[in-house]
Design a binder for this molecule. Sequence first.
Ligand code: SIN
Length: 487
Amino acid sequence: MKLELNDSSLLKTKAFINGQWVEGDAGDRFPVLNPATGAVVAEIASVGQAETARAIAAADAAMQSWKALPAGQRSEVLERWHGLIIDNIDDLAAIMTIEQGKPVFESKGEVLYGASYLKWFAEEGKRIYGDILPSASDRRSIVIKQPVGVVAAITPWNFPNAMITRKAAPALAAGCAIVLKPAGETPLSALALAELADRAGLPAGLFNVLPSARSSSVGGEMTSNPTVKKLTFTGSTPVGKLLMKQCADTVKRTSMELGGNAPVIIFDDADLDLAVKGALISKYRNSGQTCICANRLLVQEGIYDAFVEKFAAAVKEFRLGFGFDADTTHGPVVSAKALGDIDTIVQSAIKQGANVVTGGKPSTLGNCFYEPTILTDVNDSMDIFSQEIFGPVAPVFKFSTEEQAIAMANDTEFGLAAYVFTENVGRIWRVSEGIEYGMVGVNETAISSEVIPFGGVKESGQGREGSKYGLDDYLETKYICMGGLQR
Ligand code: SIN
């Protein structure tokens, strides 16, 4: 299908460096595919190490005057960028759906979600306070906050817009400049954001977008270049660990938003309808491709059968299809490779004894469509208990006691998001405090927004994005000691 946009100049295929649209030095390009059809949507300029180094130098130069501006002036630019994103929501959503696959209603939701970070940090940037410390002597001790420096960002394909603004907005609000490598699958959303930033009057060099088919060249420069003071990454835990190691040589600060293995714990005393609704939203949002998607449904034995029955009835109502079709509720997964990985996990679970309630196989719609799946007769000795599925597959585990549920929830190296459904207030506190996760949803799974600190513990990462805490990751704390006051 051809991409119809109201403003075709939002479809950019070159890199954006120092305010200019440029080809890569080698002149090579890589294809962006529509996962629903396999068709090539666009051929994108691919940059490497040298272009990345130039972008970093441009960012460093640009941030010298940007950080000196009053926060209110930086805020005005972010507000204008926010406004332009809202004005162009239909085009941004169409670009997202064609390159990522999610249904248009979900793409629009993400564009609004992404824009909300710009609005939020336009405000928060005006509230970067320092401190005057009580003095132990005749000196005065002052604390000021300063931008950390040039920020390198590597973002994923599952949220091609919001994972960028969640990093760029606080970085820019704090007075930093940013060099961004978007996912190879979804560079078009990033490039459209750059076009709108430019129109909003963001000075050249502050927001650079480096599409590339040579991730390790770009990532290698980002992690080794001493001008980069911070790396922020959203993606898999193995890649995050590698980037952290690479950043160690120049002692860069890092923020890591990595993998998850989210449990949804449903107790016998839960409101069944609320739990089913919450599990559906959490498991199948973005066709199961979010780091905070339910990965394990842990259901207490007394409510187990009733839950599976209602849950399965609702899943059977899903309309798997092309993201641009109005009646589609769930789109494809991002690539044939992703689909293969999901199917490997499912087939291995089936071999180990899992029962398929619904789905359990690729759909005939196309190479990237997987049937929404529910598995029962699963247990914690199976691989599916510990693997991040990243697809529309819900294994439903059974537990007996609260202690067992907490132990099962914690039996993973991950600790991003977890969810608990119960009507017992004491249990809400015991479980919320007993599970090792950065975020806990109680009787709620739609937990993300710009006002909350998004992030994980254990091998799910470090740092927080969004909220009043989200600026800290882009600020250094400087102590100034003033003496000689008695002269
Ligand atoms: C993610 O999958 O990393 C982000 C999910 C969200 O922001 O809700």
